[in-house]
Ligand binder design. Structure first.
Ligand code: ADP
Ligand code: MG
Length: 266
């Protein structure tokens, strides 16, 4: 029997010690190996703070209380090897002056014991897996030569280059238009299944979360106000705030169908 991959215990985060304002308050949450968990809530609800805390990427100005356990062990930072992180804006993770193949290969070399030739092969394979058109050419491309959607595919390839056990996608599709967004969500779903990774999918979009996640955690004002299976949260929301998020998505049931229809015409 295996325990949780990540256990979050009484986690509170504030960015300034001299005020009583918490960005995250008393959060308890487990992520099982291979589980797809969505974190939803409006802007400022603490979603990114939680994601960064799990990855050990909070800025030094953050004060953290509570514990985050990785496979039952205390952890300070698991970035890179065990956790892949995809940000909303690919330029936050991509170096503008380095060819993308090299960037992916560097991550693979840093965390895996690979030669340059092996790392380059891995980069090429990853560019294929994230379905970049013409991966051989893309290997030598610079980020500015790619479209926004292609850059996000490269960012995903970089995030999974070291074979992490958890992929965190923080609003990773929010800056993209609807059709590209649907493709990237499908890609994330496929990669997570193929590599048996757990997924933390952070979004303000409850419809996207419902499409991708096994469980949904709803955040509001730094607190987790609801946690349940995606079906339960969508069908029988228990918290008034969750119902508000659902009401904001009047076409929730129709959304995946509309996306499918639009894509059918592309
Ligand atoms: P979300 O990702 O849900 O939009 P965040 O976790 O980014 O929410 O922010 C939660 C709260 O913490 C907000 O009030 C935000 O202003 C504050 N906050 C986030 N990051 C910082 C930071 N680096 N310094 C100070 N305050 C921050
Ligand atoms: Mg955020």
């Amino acid at each position: 029997m295996t325990g949780p991959l990540v256990s979050i215990r009484s986690l509170s985060v504030s960015y300034r010690r001299d005020t009583a304002s918490f960005s995250l308050r008393n959060v308890d949450l487990d992520i099982a190996p291979g589980e797809r968990l969505a974190i939803i809530g409006e802007s400022g609800s603490g979603k990114s703070t939680l994601a960064l805390a799990i990855a050990g990427l909070l800025p030094p100005t953050a004060t953290v209380d509570g514990a985050i356990l990785w496979s039952g062990q205390p952890q300070l930072s698991r970035g890179g090897r065990d956790i892949g992180f995809v940000f909303q804006d690919a330029s936050a993770s991509l170096d503008p002056v380095m060819a993308v193949g090299r960037q992916i290969a560097e991550v693979a070399r840093t965390h895996l014991d690979l030669s340059w030739a092996q790392a380059r092969d891995r980069a090429l394979d990853l560019l294929r897996r994230v379905r970049l058109p013409d991966p051989d050419t893309a290997l030598h491309a610079y980020p500015h030569q790619l479209s926004g959607g292609q850059r996000q595919r490269v960012a995903i390839a970089t995030a999974i280059a070291a074979g992490p056990r958890l992929l965190i996608a923080d609003e990773a599709t929010s800056a993209l238009d609807t059709i590209v967004q649907a493709d990237i969500v499908a890609l994330i779903r496929q990669l997570v299944a193929e590599d048996a990774m757990a997924l933390l999918f952070v979004s303000h979009d409850i419809a996207l979360a419902a499409e991708l996640a096994d469980r949904i955690a709803v955040f509001h004002g730094g607190e987790m106000v609801e946690l349940g299976t995606a079906d339960a949260v969508i069908q029988k929301p228990r918290h008034a705030y969750t119902r508000k998020l659902l009401d904001a998505h009047i076409g929730l049931d129709a959304t995946p169908m509309i996306i499918a229809t639009e894509r059918g015409h592309v």
